[in-house]
Structure formats: C-alpha cells, structure tokens
Design a binder for this molecule. Structure first.
Ligand code: COA
Length: 173
C-alpha cells in the first residue's frame, strides 16, 4: 500500500487484467518479441504468475488505485531467458495507457522492492529493459537502481539494459 496505490498478488480472478495488458500492442511493444499475446497465451501468463507466488513466494502484483481501479502490474520474476541477469530475480512494471505519466510505476515499484527486501526474499534485484524503451529506463533511474551493462536479448537480438540494486543499497538510498 502507498498513499495512492494498493498492491495485491495476482490471482485466478485477474485474467481480464492480464489480458488487458498483454493483448495491448503498445504495452507489449518492448516486451520479448514485441508481439501482443493472444487470449490463450494470457491464460498461460496468468498461470505463470500464480505459480511464481506459489513456488518462490514472490511474483506479479496487480496495482490498483485505492478505489479499486486497476492501474497495471508490478512485481518479480526469474529472468531465465537472460543469462546475464541470472540468478535474478528481476523486477518489472506495466501501467495501462490511460494511467501512465502519473508516477504510478515508480511508486508501485518502490513499494514492492521495499517489501521484497524487508521480507528477506533475496539480497539482489535486477531490472531489464529494451534499450529502445526509455520510459522503463526512466523508472529504473527514478528508483535509484544502478546501471550494470548493456547486453543483447538472446532470442530477439535487440540491445537490452541491465540494472541492479542490493538490499544495502536500497536501504541507504
Ligand atoms: C514503463 C512504464 C510503466 C512507465 O510508465 P510511466 O507512467 O511513464 O512511469 P512513472 O509511473 O514512473 O511516471 C513518471 C511520469 O509521471 C509524471 N508524474 C505526474 N504526476 C506525478 C506524481 N504525482 N508523482 C510522480 N510522477 C508524476 C512524471 O513527471 C513522469 O512524467 P515524464 O516522463 O513526462 O517526466 C510504461 O511506459 C509502460 O507500461 N510501458 C509498457 C510496458 C513496459 O514496457 N514495461 C517495462 C518493461 S521492461
């Protein structure tokens, strides 16, 4: 919970939230192949998020305004697709187009990273974004993550930026 947002782990009732995000061409433009997902893939995406919570104790949160309006998602995953980022975990964010440019991604990410470290779920987090996605890079910068290096997306071959923070760095910021 922040002054403007509530965060809750994604659950089976959230198919429509995942579908609104993952079928939107603009929101998916810089994610993996850049191709929006079909509805059957969204079911798989939702199941993956629920499984992450079950297996790892962390995963995606749904981000809502305090009146319950869905704003997007924020949370954690295991970036097995990116060897340079492993063992991770990584933190990521999406805000529905209508709610962008209000500071919600940064606010939700700061709350969730604080929660992750306070809960003792790990001592390091990475952030990864397509180099051609400066809006996500700006969130990394606003959060105070440390830029690590550029790499190449192993499947898609476009350049990506890797950022990092550790529990002591986060506490000291
Ligand atoms: C990446 C993404 C989440 C960034 O969303 P965003 O809304 O721009 O990011 P923030 O929540 O940090 O908002 C910052 C903006 O809100 C503005 N803002 C307005 N009111 C604000 C407030 N009360 N507090 C803080 N910032 C505020 C800031 O000035 C800033 O605007 P600027 O970029 O014009 O300077 C969004 O572009 C997105 O969902 N993209 C598609 C999915 C994606 O690519 N995810 C990342 C994968 S790596």
């Amino acid at each position: 919970m922040t002054s403007r947002l509530a965060l809750r782990p994604v659950d089976r009732a959230d198919y429509s939230v995942i579908a609104r995000i993952n079928t939107d061409p603009e929101l998916m433009r810089h994610i993996h192949t850049g191709v929006p997902h079909q509805h059957d893939e969204c079911s798989v995406d939702l199941e993956r998020g629920i499984t992450a919570w079950h297996d790892d104790g962390f995963g995606p949160f749904v981000t809502e305004l305090l009146d319950g309006t869905v704003v997007g998602t924020v949370g954690f995953g295991r970036p097995a697709w990116c060897p340079e980022a492993m063992p991770g975990p990584d933190v990521g964010w999406t805000v529905l187009q209508a709610h962008q440019r209000h500071g919600y991604a940064t606010e939700a990410a700061a709350a969730s990273i604080g929660w992750f470290f306070r809960a003792g779920l790990g001592s390091r987090l990475v952030g990864i974004h397509n180099t051609d996605n400066p809006a996500s890079g700006a969130v990394m910068r606003r959060l105070g993550l440390r830029w690590l290096r550029q790499a190449v997306h192993p499947q898609c071959q476009y350049p990506i930026e890797l950022w990092e923070t550790t529990a002591p760095e986060w506490r000291a910021r």
